[in-house]
Design a protein around this ligand. Sequence first.
Ligand code: FPP
Length: 256
Amino acid sequence: MHLWAVSITIMGYKDQIDLSRLPQHVAIIMDGNGRWAKGKGKLRVFGHHNGVLSVRDVVEGAGELGVKYLTLYTFSAENWNRPSFEVTAIMELLVSTINKEIKKLMQNNVKLNAIGDLALLPKRCHNELQGAIDQTAGNTGLVLTLALSYSSRRELMQAAKNIAEQVKEGTLNPEDITEDVFAQNLYTHNLPDPELMIRTSGEYRISNYLLWQIAYAELYFTTKLWPDFRREDLYEAILDYQKRERRFGKTSEQVN
Ligand code: FPP
């Protein structure tokens, strides 16, 4: 084989990505931990523990590539209805992961953020999370947002309530309610909308995640279960995103 042929063969997904057209915000629905563990004859919690390894690799990989915002669906409002053993294990995992990873987050200049009804988290979990958010507040690299106790419908409902309060108090005219005003009342007011949304595990649903924010996101589904997902899979998804034509309601001729 000629040398050039060899170099093409070993060119990974990362090398093929056009860095000038990266999605600045990638949102991920990390799904399939339970099935991954079950397939190995283990408890579901084993899947969550291994899911953390994927989180670590994807966070590093995203930061290394230059993605600015990464938002991970870590625990939905509906997940509170899981068996209490599993809920407790996930909360413990969250605390231990934050403790273990905080040094790395600081080294990698990652700014931690969280969205959702955080007041519902166990106190210790909430405190650890807030501590890490405060500690990383000055970092200027990747903004890593964990969606915890998150429900997009509740977020939208809360935004509507906030806006109604402002109208009631006389600080906002109903005619002045624009898309921007609405977006400013969401948990994600300080984040741009995701351009790419990834879901693992072969499920083709959005599951109450960032419903407003993904209005124009490209959706990418993979059958890989979350504990098997690594940075190369993220790069593959970004490459796929770069092959798409984003028209925002216009014609192909207009956007070209
Ligand atoms: C979905 O798989 C996964 C979750 C509900 C939990 C996600 C949590 C982690 C990856 C670990 C903690 C993360 C951080 C950031 C510390 P599932 O349990 O719904 O899988 P299934 O669909 O196969 O049952």
